[in-house]
Design a protein around this ligand. Structure first.
Ligand code: SF4
Length: 356
């Protein structure tokens, strides 16, 4: 069916239910139908108007002439032996982003991207090596989740969501805010985590939300000097200012801030580092997630993962210092599961980085 005029059809994906009702009311004449369409999209994740069989046939055709329901296109899917699945999604302007589903006991963690690239440039990250990209729109963010649920045929009750894929979510707060509102319709804020490299205005934005998701901070070093070496963003938002902001962060009862710490041999795994880290975060309700580096000989050949004994010793020392610790033993190493690796392989010609 042609569009009603030459304008591109408006995509209904990624919009919160109340926005959909407002947007559709004129087209459907009866508010009841607008609410039905909103339910089909936000609860049943419909992919076409034809599926909406409780709407009159004529209305479905009319909606198809004015609107579209479009998700990102799957360019590649890779399934790992450990059960994790990775998708490379194509966007309508030719860019691509990745998303990963990782089994976590009876649950599944969906790791979504918020930008098509990243300007933050962390030394240990393939996405950072690939360079900046544009902000994803709400339909492109929520679309990843919709496609993943469909592809895995999994119920929404089984999933947690983390914004830890490509991009810095707190540099895309306008679109992230809309996407979160849409996701909250089916996924509680308690089951959604936004992970940041430490963007202070973004952390303040998150603190001001009426329904804030959980916060994770990619820390990676117990002092400013090494953090700055690994994460150039620390020049702009120094560690002492970041920690002061996090001490002010309003945490709901029972919530904690997760600190992620990518463990890199001879960079941030020295014998005194667990104690220094424990001192740095003391007083904040917290959990530390140790992430042994996913090595990438093409993008950061000088950075190595510590051996398993060193990783276990680091975790034990943190526990001895009274910190709750988990170790994320790498999932999906056989399918380029680290952020940006699949896209990097697709793009070819890696950007090599020197660690020293
Ligand atoms: S780790 Fe996150 S913030 Fe850092 S470069 Fe990669 S995507 Fe960007």
């Amino acid at each position: 069916m042609p569009a009603v005029d030459d304008r591109p059809l408006v995509n209904l994906v990624g919009r919160p239910a109340h926005d959909l009702v407002v947007l559709l009311t004129d087209s459907v004449r009866r508010p009841f139908y607008a609410r039905q369409v909103a339910r089909w999209l936000t609860e049943r994740h419909a992919t076409s108007f034809e599926e909406m069989t409780d709407l009159p046939k004529q209305l479905r055709s009319e909606l198809g002439r004015r609107f579209r329901i479009s998700d990102p296109e799957i360019l590649e899917t890779a399934r790992s032996r450990d059960g994790s699945v990775k998708w490379l999604f194509g966007l309508d302007d030719g860019l691509s982003v990745e998303a990963v589903a990782m089994p976590d006991g009876a649950k599944l963690t969906l790791c979504l991207s918020s930008q098509a690239g990243c300007a933050v440039g962390c030394l240990f990250c393939v996405t950072g090596a690939l360079g900046a990209g544009r902000n994803l729109r709400p339909d492109e963010i929520v679309g990843q989740y919709r496609v993943m649920l469909r592809d895995l045929a999994v119920s929404v009750d089984r999933v947690n969501i983390v914004f830890m894929g490509m991009g810095e979510p707190l540099l895309n707060t306008t679109h992230l805010g809309v996407a979160l509102e849409t996701l909250f319709h089916r996924v509680s804020p308690k089951r959604i985590t936004v992970s940041t490299s430490g963007i202070l205005p973004g952390i303040r934005w998150l603190a001001g939300l009426s329904r804030p998701p959980k916060l994770a901070v990619s820390l990676n070093a117990p002092d400013q000097e090494r953090r700055r070496f690994l994460m150039p963003i620390a020049d702009r938002y120094p560690l002492d200012e970041l920690m002061a902001e996090l001490r002010r962060f309003p945490l709901e009862r029972g919530r904690r801030i997760t600190f992620e710490y990518v463990l890199i041999r001879d960079v941030n795994d020295a014998p005194g580092d667990p104690q220094a880290l424990a001192r740095l975060i003391r007083g904040i309700p917290t959990k530390v997630n140790l992430i042994p580096l996913n090595e990438d000989a093409d993008h950061f050949p000088d950075l190595r993962r510590p051996d398993d004994d060193s990783i276990n010793r680091f975790a034990m020392a943190l526990r001895d210092a009274g910190i709750t610790v988990t170790v994320r033993w790498s999932k999906g190493l056989d399918v380029d599961a680290a952020c940006g690796q699949l896209k990097g392989r697709h793009q070819g010609s890696p950007t090599r980085r020197q660690a020293s």
